[in-house]
Design a protein around this ligand. Sequence first.
Ligand code: HEC
Ligand code: HEC
Length: 267
Amino acid sequence: MRFLSSRRRHPAAKVLLLVAALFAVGALYAAVAPTEQSSAEPATSQQVTEGRELFSVNCSSCHGLNGEGTSQGPTLQGVGAAAVDFQVSTGRMPLAQPGQQAPVKPREFTDDEVAALAAFVATLGPGPAVPDSSQYSTEGLTDEQIAEGGELFRTNCSACHNFTGQGGALPEGKHAPSLVGVSNKHLYEAMLTGPQQMPVFSDEVLTSQDKRQIIAYLDALHQRPNEGGLNLGSIGPVSEGVAVWTIGIGCLIGFAVWITARGARAR
Ligand code: HEC
Ligand code: HEC
């Protein structure tokens, strides 16, 4: 191949070119891919109607037709859209068996259905709305602020979730789950709504900024790729995908080029 055997260009130039091309493809994908519906958008009456139907089929047996609660499940009046988004998208709800600690399981509803359920429950009483990505994005936080997040975590969370966020046992056979790999949104919502044994950390207890700092600390601790780190419009998972695509595949191709070059030299 002439391109690969050309001597004049520095070998790294080819790799850089390939990486740049991959990045362009990734960026294009990010621009074209459908973006998640903004959770801050006000709910439509159609969503509420759809949510009411889903609710009466899937949830009312335990929570009552109007979320007033039954002996099988607590009232949902005033828990807010954030609690529904958290409980349903982590698969905790609908609960399969009353009595057990609601386990995380594969979710049963699409994003649209979760949004509809949340919109319906939000009409039952005032409660926290689903946070929008600017609230749980960790972009722009300094190392110092992240370290402060660590302090806040050790003060407020480590008693149950362990110093490293690995989780731990609680009395009566319950447990606080590991926080490794939990999305920023679910971290924020858990603090906001306090599922089961977990206390509610309202904005008076931990401000929105405190919550962001805790999330950033956990991100750093668990070395998760920083959502929106490439700043491609902070679309979160999409830009993460771009990063994996560019860096991962870029490295593989770079490695392949390197091996070819070495092989050629050895011959
Ligand atoms: C088998 C009974 C059952 C079904 C079905 C069920 N839930 Fe629940 N739900 C519960 C129980 C019990 C709890 C309380 C868990 C706890 O706090 O220990 C709960 C808690 C919740 C909470 C948290 C309330 C809070 O105070 O933060 C939400 C939100 C919720 N359920 C929504 C739903 C939705 C939406 C559905 C339908 C998709 C559903 N549930 C189906 C039993 C059920
Ligand atoms: C009193 C103990 C306790 C404290 C303090 C506590 N949690 Fe929790 N946390 C729990 C329990 C119990 C659950 C599991 C609830 C369930 O199964 O629905 C939980 C669940 C969570 C989840 C959901 C994880 C998942 O797998 O979906 C997150 C995120 C979380 N906690 C974060 C925090 C953060 C951040 C703090 C500190 C600001 C904190 N928790 C403080 C007991 C606690």
